[in-house]
Write a new protein. Structure first.
Length: 116
């Protein structure tokens, strides 16, 4: 599985962005997909994930109620809709695929910058 994240950019606080993660390979629909982020000087942290069927989603507490993870298996794409963005959401965002019991495959990251 190869992953390509896109959709980052500069937005004012309170604004919205939608990130996309396009996957190559025929097994995309079999795997849970996750979003992570890494702010400057901090470790990479989990943001959200969605199971292969899309039936279950999980969110880290700081983004719950503001971010929505989804997927379109027909398009081999996962999404992260980010609303009510805050300056503390500024980070490089990565998508990942959960394969063989771990987050095995990673996209290259897309920068999200939220200005106050």
């Amino acid at each position: 599985v190869q992953l390509q994240a896109s959709g980052g950019g500069l937005v004012q606080a309170g604004g919205s962005l939608r990130l996309s993660c396009a996957a190559s390979g025929r097994t995309f629909s079999r795997h849970s997909m996750g979003w992570f982020r890494q702010a400057p000087g901090k470790e990479r942290e989990f943001v959200a994930s969605i199971t292969w069927s899309g039936d279950n989603t999980y969110y880290e507490a700081p983004v719950k109620g503001r971010f929505t993870v989804s997927r379109d298996n027909a398009k081999n794409t996962a999404y992260l809709q980010m609303n009510s963005l805050k300056p503390e959401d500024t980070a490089v965002y990565y998508c990942a695929a959960y394969v063989n019991g771990e987050w095995s495959y990673w996209g290259q990251g897309t920068q999200v910058t939220v200005s106050s």
